[in-house]
Design a protein around this ligand. Structure first.
Ligand code: BGC
Length: 356
C-alpha cells in the first residue's frame, strides 16, 4: 500500500515537473515575444511660438499623420511638440534636452532663422538629423551637414500669386473703378508686414508690389507697418492707418491671413467709409470663411498639410533608418517646397471642403 502511494506521489511529481517544464517553455515563449522591443520612433517638434495660426496648422497635421502611421505600421511614434515663446535661447535649451533624451529627429521652426548654429552644433555632435521648416535657415548653415533639411514654400511664388489676385481684379474695368474709389488712376494702398528678418516678409512685400506695377498698374503706398503675423497687432496698426488716412485707403496687402483679418476687424470697428480690396496669404480656416462670405478678397494657399506630412515622412524614415519615400521631391538634396495656389471667391469651395 505504502509502495503504491509512493509510486502515485512520484507519478504526480513527475507530471508536475513535466507540466511546469511545459509551462516554462510556453511562458518563456510568450515572454520572449512580449519582450521583443516594439520599434519606436521619437520625434521632437520645436516651434518658434505656440500661438502662430499657420505653424499650428502644420503641427496639427504632423500629429495626425503620426497617429495614422502608428495604426498602419504598428510602430510606436512619440511626437513631442514644444513652443519657444519667441526666444532662441529657450529653443536651444529645448533642442539640447531632446538630444540628451535620445530623440531620433528634431523638426525645428527656428525663432531666429539666422541663428541656427547652436542647435546644429549639438545635433551634429550627437548625430541627430534636423528638418527645419517654415523659417528657412541661411544657406551656409544648411550646407554644414548632410543630415540638415528644409521643408517650406518659395516666398517669391506667394508674392507673385498675391499680385495675380490683385491684377486679375484690376483688369476687370468694373472692378477697377470699384477699387479706385477716387478715380485718379492710382491705387492707394497700405501694407501689413510679418516679422522683420523673416524670409517671407521681405520677399512677399517686394515681389507682390513690383509685380503689380510691372503689370502696368499704378500704386501709391500710403503706409507700411510690421504686425508680426498677428491679427491683434494688425488690427491696432490698421486702426492707426485708418485714422491717418480717413478716406484714402483703397487696398490692403497683408503678408498673411491673420493680418488681413486683423485689418478687416479694424475697418469694421472704425466704420471705415471705404471698402478696400484686402488680400492675405495662407488660406487658414478663418480666411477661407471670410473669402466665402466676401469679406476678404483673396488669399494664397500655403500647404500646411503637405508640409506637415512631408516633414513626418522624412522624420519617420530617418528614425527607422529607411530611405526617404520616392514621392518626396528634393531641390539640391536638402530642400522640399510645396506649391502655393490662388484662392478667391471663385474657387474657395474647393478649399473649404478639402481637409487643410
Ligand atoms: C506664414 C505666416 C506665419 C509665419 C511664421 C509664414 O510662412 O505665412 O502666417 O506666421 O510663416 O513663421
Amino acid at each position: 500500500m505504502m509502495k503504491r502511494i509512493r509510486h502515485y506521489c512520484s507519478l504526480l511529481l513527475t507530471n508536475a515537473v513535466i507540466l511546469s517544464a511545459v509551462m516554462m517553455v510556453f511562458l518563456s515563449g510568450c515572454t520572449s515575444s512580449a519582450q521583443t522591443p516594439v520599434k519606436e520612433v521619437k520625434i521632437a517638434v520645436l516651434t518658434y511660438d505656440e500661438y502662430d495660426t499657420f505653424v499650428n496648422s502644420i503641427t496639427k497635421h504632423m500629429t495626425k499623420w503620426c497617429r495614422q502611421k502608428e495604426k498602419e505600421e504598428g510602430v510606436r511614434i512619440t511626437i513631442d511638440i514644444v513652443g519657444a515663446k519667441k526666444s532662441q535661447l529657450t529653443q536651444n535649451d529645448q533642442a539640447r534636452k531632446f538630444i540628451t533624451e535620445k530623440y531620433d529627429v528634431l523638426c525645428v521652426n527656428l525663432v531666429d532663422r539666422t541663428d541656427a548654429s547652436g542647435i546644429i552644433d549639438k545635433a551634429m555632435a550627437n548625430d541627430v538629423p534636423i528638418i527645419f521648416f517654415n523659417r528657412e535657415p541661411v544657406e551656409e548653415d544648411l550646407a554644414r551637414w548632410n543630415k540638415l533639411y528644409y521643408v517650406g514654400a518659395i516666398a517669391r511664388q506667394s508674392g507673385e500669386l498675391q499680385a495675380k489676385i490683385i491684377t486679375d481684379a484690376l483688369s476687370d474695368p468694373d472692378k477697377y473703378s470699384e477699387i479706385d474709389v477716387n478715380g485718379n488712376g492710382t491705387i492707394q494702398y497700405v501694407i501689413l508686414e510679418g516679422e522683420a528678418g523673416h524670409q517671407d516678409t521681405l520677399v512677399r512685400t517686394n515681389v507682390c508690389t513690383t509685380t503689380v506695377v510691372n503689370s502696368g498698374y499704378a500704386l501709391e503706398k500710403l503706409g507700411d507697418e510690421y504686425a508680426n503675423w498677428d491679427r491683434d497687432q494688425a488690427k491696432t496698426k490698421m486702426l492707426e492707418l485708418a485714422d491717418r488716412y480717413p478716406f484714402q485707403i483703397e487696398m490692403v496687402i497683408a503678408n498673411n491671413d491673420d493680418m488681413a483679418l486683423g485689418a478687416l476687424d479694424a475697418l469694421k470697428e472704425c466704420n471705415y467709409p471705404l471698402d478696400p480690396f484686402v488680400v492675405g496669404i495662407n488660406g487658414t480656416e478663418d480666411a477661407l470663411e471670410a473669402i466665402r462670405t466676401m469679406k476678404l478678397d483673396g488669399s494664397v494657399f500655403n500647404d500646411a498639410k503637405g508640409q506637415g506630412e512631408t516633414i513626418m515622412e522624412m522624420a519617420y524614415a530617418m528614425g527607422m533608418n529607411e530611405s526617404f519615400p520616392a514621392t518626396i521631391e528634393f531641390a539640391f538634396d536638402k530642400y522640399v517646397f510645396t506649391p502655393y495656389n490662388i484662392i478667391t471667391y471663385d474657387n474657395v469651395q474647393q478649399y473649404l471642403t478639402d481637409e487643410n
